[in-house]
Design a binder for this molecule. Structure first.
Ligand SMILES: Cc1cc2nc3c(=O)[nH]c(=O)nc-3n(C[C@H](O)[C@H](O)[C@H](O)COP(=O)(O)OP(=O)(O)OC[C@H]3O[C@@H](n4cnc5c(N)ncnc54)[C@H](O)[C@@H]3O)c2cc1C
Length: 338
């Protein structure tokens, strides 16, 4: 395998997780990570990075469970190691609350997170507009620390890093034997995938160190996620909205909604505002295909389209994508591997 060259496109949480899995497991391959933007300028950087999941229609439940559990176990081990603070991965407890009782009171990931339970009436009294709630302990992975930490791990495993935009997969076909596409929303152009669309999310980072528990409305639009250095307060989910600038009306709406859930926020200082575009897709695409590039059939492994769940699914889908890369190597003609 010593001359096999693998390239991973994308330096978000999906790209770096995938690149680390490949470089650490296949030390004889040359692995290059190539991206237009790196931390702190990726979508992953601004995500609250809370681990929970929802159900994708086109992926078997068993596979989704694996993605979530593999990610959870990987990050839990980091949270419980001396690397926790440098990697920005911590345990956090809190509540997910619902205005209407959901059909699925017990989501598939209930036994992966820690201490999952239904909230008691006494606990719910604090949220008079809500009828039902779940309490659990999960993880928070702050990508502004986690991505530089993964990059260090990748370089230590011999990985190479290059900053540039890839205009088409053809650009890569001469230099690499396997292409791994982790370009998130960029896949709309790079993979010509019209099923990919932006889901705009605006958040505020606030100074409120007294807040220790997360509160999330089950509709995914309103949440308060305390972190290591600030509290992420959100948000919006605007489908097909490409605007990256901060919208004042969104900001007012977020503050009003979140202060209703947590009145003490009204005295907290706003540290910054941030907008990110989630790589929306009906279901993430984790699959391999052979693409005809400049007369050659080149194996391409796709790993993108994680929507609002990319931080929580990155390691699991990275392991899956790594398995597909290994299959590509196995299927390659012998002389290419020598
Ligand atoms: C407000 C908000 C809150 C969120 N909260 C959570 C949360 O609590 N939990 C959770 O799990 N997820 C959350 N998410 C979702 C999460 O941010 C995404 O699912 C995740 O960041 C996707 O990671 P990615 O690596 O696929 O994409 P990105 O982080 O966008 O990275 C894509 C990479 O590909 C590169 N690229 C793209 N096109 C090209 C090209 N042509 N050439 C070279 N490089 C290219 C980019 O430069 C970048 O490096 C949130 C998102 C938002 C916006």
């Amino acid at each position: 395998l010593s001359s096999v060259r693998v390239v991973v496109v994308g330096a978000g949480v999906v790209g770096f997780s995938t690149a680390v899995c490949i470089a650490e497991s296949l030390p004889l391959c040359s692995v290059t990570l190539l991206a237009e933007t790196f931390s702190p300028d990726t979508t992953s950087d601004g995500a609250a990075g809370i681990l929970f999941s929802s159900t994708f229609p086109d992926i078997s439940l068993e596979r989704q469970k694996c993605w979530f559990k593999d990610s959870f176990d990987h990050l839990l081990a980091i949270a419980q190691s001396p690397h926790s603070s440098e990697a920005g991965v911590v345990l956090i407890s809190g509540w997910q609350i619902f205005k209407e009782v959901p059909a699925d009171k017990k989501p598939f990931w209930w036994d992966t997170v820690i201490g999952f339970r239904f909230m008691t009436d006494r606990e719910l009294r604090r949220f008079p507009e809500y009828k039902f709630g779940q309490g659990f302990t999960t993880l928070k992975c702050e990508c502004s620390s986690y991505l530089p930490w993964l990059e260090k791990r990748f370089r230590k495993a011999g990985g190479l890093v290059e900053k540039r935009k890839v205009n088409s997969l053809e650009d890569l076909s001469h230099h690499y034997d396997v292409i791994v596409n982790c370009s998130g929303l960029g896949s709309k152009l790079l993979a010509g995938d019209h099923k990919v669309y932006p889901v705009r999310g605006q958040v505020l980072k606030m100074e409120a160190p007294w807040l220790k528990h997360f509160i999330r409305d089950g509709d995914g639009k309103t949440y308060i996620f305390p972190g290591i250095h600030s509290v992420t307060v959100g948000g919006t989910r605007q489908v097909d909205d490409w605007r990256l600038q901060v919208d004042e009306r969104d900001k007012e709406s977020i503050l009003a909604r979140c202060s209703r859930l947590e009145p003490s926020l009204s005295s907290a200082r706003v540290l910054s505002n941030w907008v990110g575009l989630r790589p929306g897709r009906r279901s993430p695409r984790v699959e391999k295909e052979l693409v005809l590039l400049q007369g050659r059939r080149v194996p391409v492994v796709h790993n993108y389209g994680h929507g609002g769940l990319g931080v929580g699914l990155a390691w699991g889908t990275a392991l899956d994508a790594f398995g597909l890369v290994r299959q590509c190597l196995h299927d390659m003609p012998l002389q290419a591997k020598l």
